[in-house]
Design a protein around this ligand. Structure first.
Ligand code: UGA
Length: 447
């Protein structure tokens, strides 16, 4: 099929590239000329494992194109995907400007029947709003070309985005148009039937279920999914705090409850709390949406509050270990909000580093991918060349992001170079026994 992808962020680039790899002809559009030129040269503006190779392959094989001309790209395509960013505004509401701009461009360019698919996470009811904008633009130009709007939320995670698209747990298609639903089913058939060839592993055996709903329910599924996942994490972090007091190990508790199919083990890893560009924004948006109807989201508010608390719990742990933070050197391993991404939005590491600096500590940091100082990271954070450099002369080491290279470090060497052998494993990924045998004082989360 011929597809146009509006937006070249994480979701746009990954969606476009994966559909191209399945044999579709895909044009990814952005108004940002520099970015498009970069993409044409095979350079990608984000760090996502495997994405550059897949882009290069599909560009070479003439299935994936990049363009700034939205009009021509829309007109050539049967399906238009809106994959625009929907950042939070300071009041927690969603900024829909970029989605609105895309809808205006579609309304102006539309020349024959199109399916407009919304992949951006948008407030409930945005599908109808997109239809209204397209119709308004058409009216201004005296045309009435038919189109259908579909909500097809995206569930990929940064860091494993390609795998998540090909082996998603489900596809959700929300629309009132039979024609649009049938076309979307056809587009997704290689994924739902798992008929495509791939080297990605492990390859799940199951086919992928497809859920067809009305537009509003599909929009709601996305918010409910992210809110529930964040709830699982905040829940296990609360259990972790109790574990610490009573002397239990939260990793074992998570294994024990996770085997219950009704609960499930995933997203029960206690740690510094959740961050990223999705959970914080989506939880704040769902709570705003509820407020518009006079509802208060008590569970979601508590989940957000518990997550804030989790970040300050780490500072408390550092204070317990070092007593006075002023004049101490603390090494922080990892800045990104999770491994395998360069995304630092709402990263727990940043809040923690900034607070340690406020309390007078000297903080050394290193991340395998984040090399430039994120705007919200204190100027005083000292960037180091590697994890050993961070550890050198530090009183305390905090593992903030579970990058694989941190798990494989030579801790014997680290212990020798540190002033004190104190370590906070903020993601419960290090071998506690091994570190204790090396003479470290190890503090995990809920262990
Ligand atoms: C999340 C959802 O998992 C995706 O399904 C969704 O498509 C995406 O948001 C989105 O809305 O676009 P993402 O934010 O990329 O994906 O990353 P996650 O893997 O969900 O991690 C989010 C945060 O939770 C990270 O800070 C991570 O460290 C933390 N986390 C995750 C935990 O603390 N414990 C866990 O057990 C799992």
């Amino acid at each position: 099929m011929k597809l146009c992808i509006m937006g070249t962020g994480y979701v746009g680039l990954v969606t476009g590239t994966c559909f191209a790899n399945l044999g579709n002809e895909v044009i990814c559009v952005s108004g940002d000329e520099d970015k498009i030129n970069l993409l044409k040269r095979g350079k990608i503006p984000i760090y996502e494992p495997g994405l550059d190779e897949l882009i290069e392959k599909n560009v070479k094989e003439n299935r994936l194109f990049f363009n700034t001309d939205s009009e021509k790209s829309i007109q050539k395509s049967e399906i238009i995907f809106i994959c625009k960013g929907t950042p939070s505004q300071p009041n927690g509401q969603v900024n829909l400007r970029y989605v609105e701009d895309a809808a205006i461009e579609i309304g102006r360019a539309i020349n024959d029947y199109k399916i407009v698919v919304n992949k951006s996470t948008v407030p409930i009811g945005s599908g109808d709003w997109v239809s209204m904008i397209i119709n308004d633009e058409q009216e201004k130009l005296n045309k009435k070309v038919p189109f259908d709007v579909v909500s097809c939320p995206e569930f990929l995670r940064e860091g494993s985005a390609i795998y998540d698209v090909f082996f998603t747990d489900r596809i959700v298609i929300g629309s009132s148009s039979k024609r649009a639903i049938e076309t979307m089913k056809k587009l997704y058939k290689p994924i739902t039937n798992q008929t495509f060839e791939t080297d990605l592993s492990p390859r799940p055996k199951n086919k992928v279920p497809l859920v067809v709903t009305d537009l509003t329910s599909a929009e709601m599924i996305k918010y409910a999914a992210n809110s529930f996942l964040a709830t699982k994490i905040s829940f296990i972090n609360e259990i972790a705090s109790i574990c610490e007091k009573v002397g239990a190990d939260v990793t074992k508790v998570a294994d024990g409850i996770g085997l219950d199919k009704r609960i499930g083990r995933e997203f029960l890893n206690a740690g510094l709390g959740w961050g990223g560009s999705c959970f914080p924004k989506d939880l704040s948006a769902i709570s705003q949406i509820a407020a518009e109807y006079g509802l208060s989201t008590q569970i979601i508010n508590a989940v957000v509050q518990a997550n804030k608390q989790q970040r300050s719990n780490i500072i408390k742990k550092a204070q317990e270990l070092l007593k006075i933070l002023k004049g101490k050197t603390i090494g922080v391993l990892g800045i990104s909000f999770k491994p395998n991404t360069d995304d630092t939005r709402y990263a727990p590491a940043i809040t923690i580093i900034n607070n340690l600096i406020k309390l007078g500590a000297r903080v050394k940091v290193y991340d395998p991918i984040v090399k430039n100082r994120p705007v919200d990271l204190s100027e005083k954070a000292l960037f180091c060349k590697d994890a050993y450099d961070v550890a050198d002369n530090s009183h305390l080491l905090i593992l903030a992001t579970e990058w694989d290279e941190f798990i494989k470090l030579d801790f014997k060497r680290i212990k020798k170079s540190m002033t004190n052998g104190l370590i906070i494993d903020g993601r419960n990924v290090l071998d506690k026994k091994k570190l204790e045998n090396l003479g470290f004082k190890y503090v995990g989360i809920g262990r």
